[in-house]
Design a protein around this ligand. Structure first.
Ligand code: IPE
Ligand code: IPE
Ligand code: MG
Length: 258
């Protein structure tokens, strides 16, 4: 499952189902507010949506699903909301890991785990270990993740490998750095989805989204479902992924017989 090829250098089949879908699950708070409920009720409902989207991805043969659950900037939220989100994460780890495993799903977490409670870190490690050989879907949760953090930690690891050579004389390529990025086991996302109406990346996968097709929907995350996923995939299938080339260069010349 080691997959380091850069999608900026190869052209995936545009007609096909995206191999890797990355989602910013936004709009939980507004969903709750619209119902005169506390924001946290939206987060709870959001977990249900994650469950149904995992199922839909498996049914559609998506190989990698990555969801943004908590950003490195979300620590700026009120402490009671943060505590609730941590508790929700801990509960989900406790109750969902075995189900993921039974369904052949490989579970991963990317992000700076140093800020999490020891119990959460242990549950993550247990889940990753238990499901490491599963191949039906690689499901990654980005928690305390930031695209800038990811690039910085990769640079630190790369420099640690430079054997003390001076920066000027240390020659390295894109792949030398990308092997240390948190998602080094996955191809770059083909399709990015953000729910909740905002058209921004909010420090998600900055490196990996270089040539990803972007899809924004006003649908709030708790209302997102398999049908909405299909709309996003249909939009993706209409795109022409050129990776810097011209449209003409992409036309496949089929040799005629005789
Ligand atoms: C996304 O929903 C979930 C997290 C960031 C944890 P929000 O909580 O951002 O919901 P809105 O954007 O305020 O509606
Ligand atoms: C992005 O949502 C982070 C997650 C969904 C985890 P936010 O709601 O935090 O993003 P901003 O603050 O509106 O950019
Ligand atoms: Mg939000």
């Amino acid at each position: 499952m080691q997959q380091r090829a850069s999608s900026t250098r190869e052209i995936p089949d545009a007609e096909s189902i995206p191999r890797h879908i990355a989602i910013i699950m936004d709009g939980n708070g507004r969903w709750a507010r619209n119902r005169f409920m506390p924001r946290v009720a939206g987060h709870r409902q959001g977990v249900e949506t994650v469950r149904s989207v995992i199922k839909a991805c498996i049914e559609r043969n998506v190989s990698y699903l990555t969801v943004f659950a908590f950003s490195s900037e979300n620590w700026r939220r009120p402490t009671d909301e943060i505590s609730f989100l941590m508790q929700l994460f801990a509960n989900a780890l406790e109750h969902e890991i075995n189900k993921l495993h039974e369904n052949g799903i490989c579970f991963k977490v990317v992000g700076d785990l140093s800020k999490f409670d020891a119990g959460i870190v242990q549950a993550i490690q247990r889940g990753q270990h238990l499901t490491s050989q599963n191949t039906r879907l690689v499901f990654t949760v980005a928690a305390n993740y930031g695209g800038r953090w990811d690039i910085m930690q990769a640079i630190r690891k790369l420099m640690a490998q430079s054997n003390g050579s001076a920066l000027e004389s240390f020659d390295f390529e894109e792949e030398d750095l990308s092997q240390y990025l948190a998602l080094n086991y996955a191809p770059e996302p083909d399709l990015f989805i953000r729910t909740g109406g905002e058209c921004r990346i909010s420090n998600f996968l900055l490196w990996q989204l270089a040539y990803t097709e972007l899809y924004f929907t006003d649908t709030l995350w708790p209302d997102f479902n398999a049908q909405e996923l299909d709309h996003a995939i249909q939009s993706y299938q209409k795109r022409e992924r050129r990776f810097g080339r011209t449209s003409e260069q992409l036309q496949v010349v089929v040799p005629t017989e005789g």
